[in-house]
Design a protein around this ligand. Structure first.
Ligand code: FAD
Ligand code: DHB
Length: 396
């Protein structure tokens, strides 16, 4: 089989890219190891930056987003049993974020791509990248249930296969620089049948640490709490989860948390990671394959879309006018945004989590930082602008 762009991975990065290329009339084939139901059922991110929702509408994906997504003009921050509202829209000339779960985005992307004649091969295995240093790269893989290997020839390969996929390893280790940071805490995330307890997201740092109250639908809530990365779910019976959530979200004004049946739970490690460069020869990495942020700033999905947009424009320029300048600068262009998002995600994580080794001094500085955001316009604007999404630079 032959196509222009071979894309490994049907996550947000690979699917946004395939749809953007489709709009530009550039053929691609997406190879995905999981089946369609698994991709569309994975519970992950929730928060879309303002420009991502605009892009979705531009791509004809606005209908369900506008009907089912929840627009948030602000967030609530909490510590010492007190809350304050950060007026994101007021601080950013009217921009907002939308809570619309990642698996719904993926359902919309897959539906649109297939309806527009795009090609996704689900359930493939054993993908290997070849010839990325030369003119004729290709991917070998096995179709679901097939005995023989298949081969996808293409002009360029895009590694959009997440943190654990094989693409990044195809860049020779001697040419790759990897920056890492591990955190001494993880997140326990739950989905609950319950009513919304508060009109906006609450980011709390109280008692034994961080808690986040988010929403999915008027009847389903998403909550997270900081936990020890060495613990597993067996150490978190429901009673312990609710005790901790109640304690970390408690206020003195009589507010109560609406509780209900927990129907999904999981533990998420927190890490920061950047691979540079994000390209080698005819291979381009996009999304989590090249970088991971801790989830506190809600940036991972949004960064994956940003890479896809930069790459689609670069591939378009190459296809239309034979201009490969943007492609050559792909990594450089993406990394500017990636490092700003890394800084913000690290800042939010440090601000809101209790490090088990934290001293009294560290705790007081964190407290002062939160007070600065509450009391100082410059600090509030900085948080709001980063949260809602920095101006998009797909390379002028
Ligand atoms: P992925 O979504 O990981 O997709 C990669 C795809 O490649 C997968 O479908 C995988 O099956 C496939 N693949 C892997 N290996 C192979 C192979 N060998 N062959 C073929 N296919 C392969 N981000 C936000 O922006 N906002 C949030 O609020 C947020 N919250 C989060 C909450 C949680 C609990 C988690 C876990 C993450 C959160 N994130 C958030 C991060 C976000 O989910 C990721 O950054 C995003 O999914 C990255 O997209 P991607 O397409 O790069 O990678
Ligand atoms: C959600 C996830 C995040 O990482 C975040 O910062 C806010 C909300 C969510 O899943 O709803």
């Amino acid at each position: 089989m032959r196509t222009r762009i071979g894309i490994l991975g049907a996550g947000p990065a690979g699917l946004f890219l395939a749809l953007l290329l489709r709009r530009a009339g550039i053929d691609s084939v997406v190879l995905e190891s999981r089946d369609r139901a698994a991709v569309e059922g994975t519970i992950r991110a929730g928060v879309l930056e303002h420009w991502v929702t605009e892009l979705m509408r531009e791509l004809g994906l606005g209908e369900r987003l506008d009907r089912e997504g929840h627009v948030h003009d602000g967030i609530t921050l909490q510590s010492h049993r007190r809350r304050f509202h950060l007026d994101i829209a007021g601080l950013t000339d009217g921009r907002h974020v939308t809570v619309y779960p990642q698996h719904e985005v993926l359902r919309d992307l897959i539906g649109a791509l297939l309806a527009r004649g795009g090609e996704i091969r689900f359930g493939i295995s054993g993908a290997r990248l070849h010839g990325i240093d030369g003119e004729s790269p290709f991917i070998t893989y096995r179709e679901a249930g097939a005995e023989r290997e298949s081969r996808l020839d293409c002009d360029f390969i895009v590694g959009a296969d997440g943190y654990h996929g094989p693409s990044r390893q195809a860049i020779p280790a001697s040419l790759r620089q990897e920056a890492h940071r591990l955190y001494p805490f993880a997140w326990l995330g739950i989905l609950v049948h319950a009513r919304q307890s508060w009109p906006e997201l609450i980011y709390a740092s109280q008692g034994e640490g961080f808690a986040l109250l988010s929403t999915r639908t008027p009847e389903i809530q998403r909550l997270y709490l900081q936990c020890d990365p060495a613990e597993d779910l067996t150490q978190w019976p429901e009673a312990r989860i609710w005790d901790q959530l109640r304690a970390r979200l408690a206020t003195d004004d009589g507010w109560t948390l609406d509780e209900g049946e927990i129907f999904q739970k999981g533990i998420i490690p927190l890490r920061s990671f950047v691979c540079a460069p994000m390209q080698h020869g005819r291979l381009f990495l996009a999304g989590d394959a090249a970088h991971i942020v801790p989830p506190t700033g809600a940036k991972g999905l949004n960064l994956a879309v940003a890479d896809a947009l930069v790459l689609s424009r670069a591939l378009e320029a190459e296809a239309r006018a034979g201009d490969s300048g943007r492609l050559q600068r792909y990594s450089e262009t993406c990394l500017r945004r990636v490092w700003k998002a890394q800084r913000f995600s690290w800042f939010m994580t440090r601000l809101l989590h209790r490090d088990p080794a934290e001293t009294l001094f560290d705790a007081q500085v964190r407290e002062a930082e939160l007070a600065l955001i509450r009391d100082t316009r410059a600090a509030a604007v900085s948080l709001a602008e980063n949260y809602v999404g920095l101006p998009f630079d797909a390379e002028a």
